[in-house]
Design a protein around this ligand. Structure first.
Ligand code: BES
Ligand code: ZN
Length: 873
């Protein structure tokens, strides 16, 4: 076992802070290796706390210099200053100021937490516990302070000096230095502090809020990248007006800034008035970014902007409440994207993400509730469960109480808790109050982990024209939760006949399409059911559950054709394909059902009506989807084989139809990232991939031509991927050509790395090792690591899970070599092992051995030790 002693933090141990910090004056003297921080804190005892002990501030790897109490230097006997804490033995009654000077080395900060350097600029990342790497503080989200930040730096090195709030002063100093002072009038927790300084280009725009406030908008990027910010700026303005229209929320400062940096552990960060972004989620040109990149930029710009109200104005009392801001803000950004694009298409892609990321987490050793009750390392709880399932819980709440009550509940939440640090209970109470509903059973969604299973059975009584639907819930045990209480589910449903939805009654009333399941088993008796219906259950995926309903092929075809709910039409195609694939995994000689091929042909034929939707319906369940369905003793190679066989068959039978779709879905004119064109491209490219699946020369020639002539990165990448998958010489040539064409563009080279890392070929591991020696690769940059190593471990089922275990030991070695430099990045790579227990025995043993090797390494970070220990438990 590792020697990293983990001291868990528990929700039940929460205590209000013993002290409050009303104001913070930070004086930052920037230097590449010797940055000087002087923090002056106005502190007083918290009247709500009974604690009388000394003042203990958090620190992390800090170098103490000196301290003053009310301006008078402290004597060494008055305090203890350690790298991880500062303790002041006796504090004055009433309020006092404590000034502490520390030094830090931004250039040596490879963790990318606290103050560090990226592309020769200085920047900060404080969430969750990074502020304590800058200065001693009560580094917890329920201590809200008003910040004033003075930054001083060499003018030449850092002409731009940025921090939260509004700039209130600036000036020139001796020795080529200058300074700026920023003041943020909104009290905030330390995790929302930010400072950036460097030689950056700026793109400016403006926005006038509904009430007439003029807001300056600024995006800071590397010089030369200005033209790549257009879409991000546009997305920002659309986000600002959407939040006014849909949630009645206006922006509250005179300036909103975004800075793009190249070295960033996460996607982006919502610091008050000064969002810091991974440049991958800001920069885009048609020639460098795919439709998916554009969609991600739009969603992440919106997400961080929306945090201004859900996260910043109202923040979390403690880190257990993380879903209070993250789940809710993901819900908001999903709604925004749905409104900007196609709602059903957005819903389908969100559910795909939920199932692949969250269901797999919930079914494995890392399962935890949406609101965890214990953690060893909070960084490891920025998970699909907190984010994606957290968003689903908000969506269910809206479904249960209705749109109108949900809107009033949100209004009440903003009104009641503005300026506070609150809990999930506070949030839910707003909706209980406006709706008059008892939401105590609903709270179980925050406490119980695991994916519930809903079983459904229906009986049609022809003579009585009734349909009896019985729904039951099964709550599988998860780590630490062997027994569970029945939960509350909103189930949207309809009864579908040959010509579409049947108009039926429930309890004598016209049925509106929603029932609430509260008991372990419940029956619903529908009347006026004149024909044998197919139940269309869980429409628009109204709850994050696994649905077990035994629909045969005929029933699935009925839904595929006649269901009014687009999500369930898509689901019907997926369920059909999945049935087929599961049979093929068991027996590769299973003949392929011609009705399925016909159905796919039908989707192609009607593709023009809604190309993005058709593209999603044509895409077969992924290897991971199939593995999850199988559940145990998974053989990834057999899954790949089944999928290849089905694709091959479809390619062969539908060759000419696919080529016709490719033709008709071509997009003329200049590139636009709008949903309409993006949908056409996605259908075209799904068709291209299928058409090439049987090695068709004609189709491969189309791919080759598309690779050479594409006027945008979406089509170029799709062609490159298809050519590379073909395993032909043309594929290798295309890869070489691409590398030459884009050698100087890291974000594009990342895509090139990912494509190769995901090839399901035996040679891929060797190729990945080779690519690590490419001059474009670096183990220090999170984007590079995720593009190559992360793509291999998380998205290459057969090669990560090689039967000889080489994939596991390779990833284990990399994790161990990254861990001392960047524990967060190392811990995130380790999550690739989250489904190891469901593998067949041989691979399972090899994966376990790799995990044990990691666990045995002395000096592991808390981040990695936590994940590896829970994975093995
Ligand atoms: N607050 C987070 C960023 C963050 C995460 C900081 C973990 C520190 C630790 C931010 O709002 C966020 O959620 N970003 C997401 C993208 C978002 C669209 C879901 C991210 O970075 O992945
Ligand atoms: Zn967030």
């Amino acid at each position: 076992m590792s020697d990293t002693a983990l001291e868990p933090v528990r929700l039940v141990d929460y205590r209000v802070p013993a002290f409050l910090i009303d104001t913070v004056h930070l004086d930052i003297g920037l230097d590449r290796t010797q940055t000087r921080i002087v923090a002056t804190l106005a502190i007083r005892r918290n009247p709500a706390s009974g604690e009388r002990g000394p003042l203990k501030l958090d620190g992390d790897s800090l170098l103490f210099v000196e301290a003053w109490l009310d301006g008078v230097p402290l004597q060494t006997r008055d305090y203890v200053a350690l790298p991880q804490a500062f303790t002041l033995h006796h504090t004055p009654e009433g309020s006092f100021t404590l000034t502490i000077e520390t030094r830090l080395d931004p250039s040596a900060n490879t963790q990318l937490m606290g103050l560090y350097r990226s592309n020769s600029a200085y920047c900060t990342q404080c969430e969750a516990e990074g502020f304590r790497r800058i200065t001693y503080f009560l580094d917890r989200p329920d201590v809200l302070s008003v910040y004033t930040t003075r930054i001083e730096a060499s003018f030449q090195e850092a002409p731009a000096l940025l921090a939260n709030g509004n700039k209130i002063e600036e000036g020139v100093l001796n020795h080529g230095r200058h300074f700026a002072v920023w003041h943020d009038p909104f009290p905030k927790p330390s995790y929302l502090f930010a400072m950036v300084a460097g030689d950056l280009a700026v793109v400016r725009d403006s926005f006038v809020t509904a009430s007439g406030r003029h807001v300056r908008l600024e995006i800071y990027v590397e010089h030369g990248k200005e033209s790549r910010c257009t879409y991000a700026m546009d997305a920002l303005k659309r986000s600002m007006s959407w939040d006014e229209q849909v949630f009645g929320r206006e922006y509250d400062l005179d300036i909103f800034m975004i800075v793009a940096v190249s070295d960033f552990n996460m996607g982006a960060m919502e610091n008050k008035g000064l969002n810091v972004f991974n440049d991958k989620y800001v920069l885009a040109l048609p020639e460098t970014a795919t439709d998916q990149d554009y969609a991600n930029i739009e969603a992440i710009i919106a997400h961080e902007y929306f945090h201004n109200w859900t996260g910043n104005r109202i923040t979390c009392r403690d880190w257990f409440q993380l879903c209070l801001k993250e789940g809710l803000t993901v819900f908001r950004d999903q709604e925004f994207s749905a409104d900007q694009r196609s709602r059903p298409v957005k819903r389908i892609s969100d559910v795909k993400t939920l199932r692949s990321q969250q269901f797999s987490e919930d079914g494995g050793p890392l399962a935890h509730p949406v609101r965890p009750e214990i953690y060893n390392e909070i960084n490891n709880f920025y998970t699909a469960t907190v984010y994606e399932k957290g968003a689903e819980v908000v969506r269910m709440l809206k479904a249960l109480i209705g749109d109108e009550a949900f809107g009033r509940g949100m209004d009440l939440y903003f009104e009641r808790h503005d300026g506070e640090a609150v809990t999930i209970e506070d949030f839910i109470a707003c909706f209980a109050d406006v709706s008059g509903r008892d939401l105590s059973q609903f709270m179980l969604w925050y406490r119980q982990s695991g994916t519930p299973e809903i079983r459904a059975e229906g009986v049609w009584d022809e003579s009585g024209r009734t349909y009896a639907l019985t729904l039951s819930q099964i709550l599988p045990p998860t780590p630490g939760q062997p027994h569970k209480q029945p939960m509350l589910f909103p189930i949207r449903l309809g009864l579908v006949g040959t010509k579409g939805d049947l108009r039926v009654r429930l309890d004598g009333e016209p049925f509106e399409g929603l029932v609430a399941l509260t008991e372990p088993t419940q029956s619903f008796l529908f009347s006026e059911v004149g024909e044998k219906p197919v139940p269309s259950l869980l429409r628009s995926f109204s709850a994050p559950v696994k649905l077990a309903v035994d629909l045969d092929e005929e029933a699935l075809l009925t839904l595929l054709r006649a269901d009014s709910d687009p999500f369930n039409r898509w689901q019907a195609a997926q369920s059909y394909a999945l049935k087929l694939l599961l049979r093929l995994v068991k027996d590769p000689t299973t003949p392929i059902d011609p009705r399925f091929v016909e159905a796919i042909s039908g989707i192609l034929e009607r593709g023009g009506d809604d190309p993005a939707f058709a593209a999603l319906s044509l895409a077969l369940p992924s290897e991971a989807d199939i593995a999850r369905e199988i559940g145990s003793d998974v053989d990834p190679q057999a899954i790949l084989g089944a999928r290849a066989k089905l694709r091959h068959t479809l390619g062969s039978y539908l060759g000419s139809e696919l080529l016709r779709t490719i033709e008709t879905m071509s997009v003329d004119g200049p590139y636009s990232p709008q949903a309409r064109d993006a949908g056409r491209r996605s259908l075209r490219n799904v068709a291209l991939e299928l058409a090439c699946a049987n090695g068709s020369k004609a189709a491969l020639a189309v791919a080759q031509a598309q690779f050479e002539n594409a006027n945008n990165m979406t089509d170029e990448m799709a062609a490159l991927n298809t050519l590379a998958l073909s395993g032909t010489d043309a594929g290798e040539q295309a890869l070489l050509g691409f590398r030459e064409r884009y050698g100087s563009d890291p974000l594009v080279i990342d895509k090139w790395m990912s494509v190769q890392a995901m090839l399901p070929h035996e040679t891929t591991l060797a190729r990945v090792k080779e690519l690590m020696r490419d001059s474009a690769f670096s183990l220090h940059n999170p984007n590079r690591v995720r593009a190559l190593i992360g793509a291999f471990s998380a998205n290459n089922q057969t090669q990560f899970n090689r039967p000889d275990g080489e994939g596991y030991s390779f990833i284990a070695d990399i994790i161990l070599s990254i861990d001392p430099k960047n524990p967060q990045l190392a811990a995130r790579l380790l999550v690739a092992f989250k489904t190891w227990r469901s593998l067949e025995a041989g691979r399972r043993a090899l994966a376990a051995a790799a995990l044990r090797d990691i666990a045995a390494r002395p000096g592991l970070s808390r981040d990695v030790a936590d994940i590896v220990q829970r994975s093995l438990a």
